[in-house]
Ligand binder design. Sequence first.
Ligand code: F6P
Length: 326
Amino acid sequence: MSTLKKIAVFTSGGDAPGMNAALRAVVRTASFHNLDVYGIYRGYQGMIEGEIKKLSRGDVANIMQRGGTMLKTARSMEFMTKEGRKKAHDQLQKHGIEACIAIGGNGTFTGAQVFSEEYDIPFVGLPGTIDNDIYGTDFTIGFDTAVNTAVEAVDRIRDTADSHNRLFFVEVMGRHSGYIALHTGIGTGAGSIFLPEEDNSVEQLIKQLQKSAKRRKLFNLVIVAEGNQNGGAMEIAQKVTEKYSEYETKVTIIGHLQRGGSPTANDRLLASRLGYEAVVALMDGKQDVALGVVHGETAFTPFHDAITKSKQPKESMIRMAEILAL
Ligand code: F6P
């Protein structure tokens, strides 16, 4: 039997489509179990500043389909300090909050882990980031939507690229993670994909372009993850043009477009499931774990592992993308 009475939920770091669906599931599940649930606005910064409000079932009606996060979000520098965390703890105590659900990415989980080492308030985390770079889950909330948005954008770019026979370099998000780039590249049949995890070379790309030209194979699309070692799409396009001027090159940076928008059905389902499971996990006495879905099953990963173990696109998928592009 759980003795838990009051929990809080917040979103932190970069917003991701599906965060609202997760929030809805948390509030509805908590209400079902007669728990009071508080929303903390603006992530850890709002925790420090006491932006905390009780939520009812009705407060989360009609938000499932909305992108962004109703609770707002922030990247808090103050929470990284001991003093900041002390203020946050005082606020949680003031509201009688006994446990927290944190929805966010790596930085969010790091904050939760440090906090729980200092204070006795259980945290569970839900992986909410478009980057899909969290260890302990096959997919993060928001990734599917971001990829679908990027694929749709690239399809449009392809129409005009084909018409003019131009070479487009399209930059997608992912400072440290190539998942969005890889999945977008495979989903759009890109000729080449530049990832942060790969040591792609511009020379190799030029060779590929030359080969394609010889075979009269259409090659008009390169997907670049923003964190690639050669730089972003702009830099790579410039390097290519300097050495190989056969193609007219164009650059598109999709940017924050791919972080907004209505979540896909997959993201809504994942978020609903994990939001539900997070409340059950807290009631079961779980703490300091990140939730995820691995091979279809709910998985619990200690924050320490979720933060320190890396999750990268599979080598086999990268190889497959290369073969399909030949
Ligand atoms: O982590 C999500 C993400 O969208 C990354 O893909 C991107 O590099 C970063 O956030 C952008 O952050 P900001 O919106 O703070 O510039």
